[in-house]
Design a protein around this ligand. Sequence first.
Ligand code: CU
Length: 156
Amino acid sequence: MKLSILAAVAVLSPVAALAHDGMHANDAYARSTNPKVGAVFMQLENHRQVACTLQGVSSDAAERVELHTHVEEGGVMKMTRIEDGIAVAAGQTHALNRGGDHIMMLGLAEPLADGDTLTLSMDFGDCGTEEVQVVVDNQREDAAPADHHHGDHQGH
Ligand SMILES: [Cu+2]
């Protein structure tokens, strides 16, 4: 009898360890300076052993949700659409922030008011789909200096 209990414990333990596996979206917030357009920022944490790519995002709050980034063209930062997804390496965090990669909501059903909560369905392909709650904070200041475009190099 004792042997079978030990065997059951040994089988259960790895399952518990897997419970926190997957993609996490931390500190997600949305901001809008236009009644029809908003942007979403967050920290994408990959707790998996493999790279995961954000393929696309959908939400009832907007007609279209696109993945965007900024590129410099002749000294001017321009927003462009990302076609091949946003990859997050195994065990790494990728920031979606102003001046860098971000999620763009086009054709908002309603203007974004401070304190509103949006639900985004984030498609990570083989890594699964995550429902993420995003709080609207139109007043929030960007942590990164506006004149620097290397968002990953924020020192403080
Ligand atoms: Cu954009």
